[in-house]
Design a protein around this ligand. Sequence first.
Ligand code: NAX
Length: 325
Amino acid sequence: MKTPIHIAVTGAAGQISYALIFRIIEGDLAGQDQPVVLHLLDIPAAMKDLEGIRMEMEDFASPLLAGVVSTDDPKVAFENADIAFLVGARPRGPGMERQDLLSVNAEIFSVQGLALNEMAHPGVKVLVVGNPANTNALIAAKNAPNLSTRSFSAMTRLDHNRAVSMLATRCGCSVADIRQMIIWGNHSSTQYPDLHHALVRGKPALEGVEEDWFHGPFISAVQKRGAEVIAMRGKSSAASAANAALEHMRSWIMGTPEDDWVSMAVYSDGSYGIAEGLMYSFPVRIRDGDYEIVQGLPIDAFSLERMRLTEKELLMEKEMVKHLF
Ligand code: NAX
């Protein structure tokens, strides 16, 4: 058995974490030979729930579980963290404007950024799931000056998976036949799911589906899928979100296949003319635990317009929280 790795999960008493934690201790994230110490963070009012979850983790009797730390203190949660899933966030309450949501979450993520800076392993990999995920990730990164901005990312993998699944259904093929999907930009209704580079059984997706379907129903369905799930369940996506969080982190640790990439919101470096210093979703390839933004993809006018629109939203969000940097 290897030395245990330390994995922090925030919002640990919430519904996404409930679906995530047990998959981690089953070995779905880091493998069947990798023991884990789980650090569970939530607010003081949720400590009793965390105790119940800890009891269930014991009852799993997983040989991979090397310890559980339950806490309401971010510094304890992030101590020696190799991996951090920042899932916990305040949901939008009645009468709350987007600015209010951004402000209240901005404070949570600045505190967590500072704690990561002080306590985490220098090579920590951080995934922000809690919304507004991209800008929360930026705030955490800006409050962690000792860590590389490349340690921080936000989740668009659920959007990526939704887009893959919808394309497979349209083509009457398996999701395993799809390669090179891209989600550009923000995890919000401005995100741009792009089929120009996608392959279905090795052939360009746009040779097999109509442009009208791509430009209209497909883009809109991916953008609105989260809201549709809420309308049906009365709650936001949980199992699919937990699965996407797990896959995002597993890709980051294990790498991407030779013939594919994944979508990940990462600190923009000016690639594709996107403003530097935003957490923007790009196609990335990963080797040896390190990601590279896929370069050199041709971008047409239709795509550019949509990539700019979602960039504009992220620039506005950044402007609203810049006092916390
Ligand atoms: P829940 O409301 O079930 O759980 C959130 C948990 O976070 C609660 O236990 C709460 O006490 C905790 N929390 C609040 N403030 C905290 C703080 N300062 N420190 C630690 N914990 C804190 O939400 P859930 O359904 O699990 O969703 C979590 C977040 O994921 C939400 O912000 C949600 O909007 C976001 N999502 C993001 C997705 C993405 O693709 N990026 C998709 C799914 C999901 O909508």
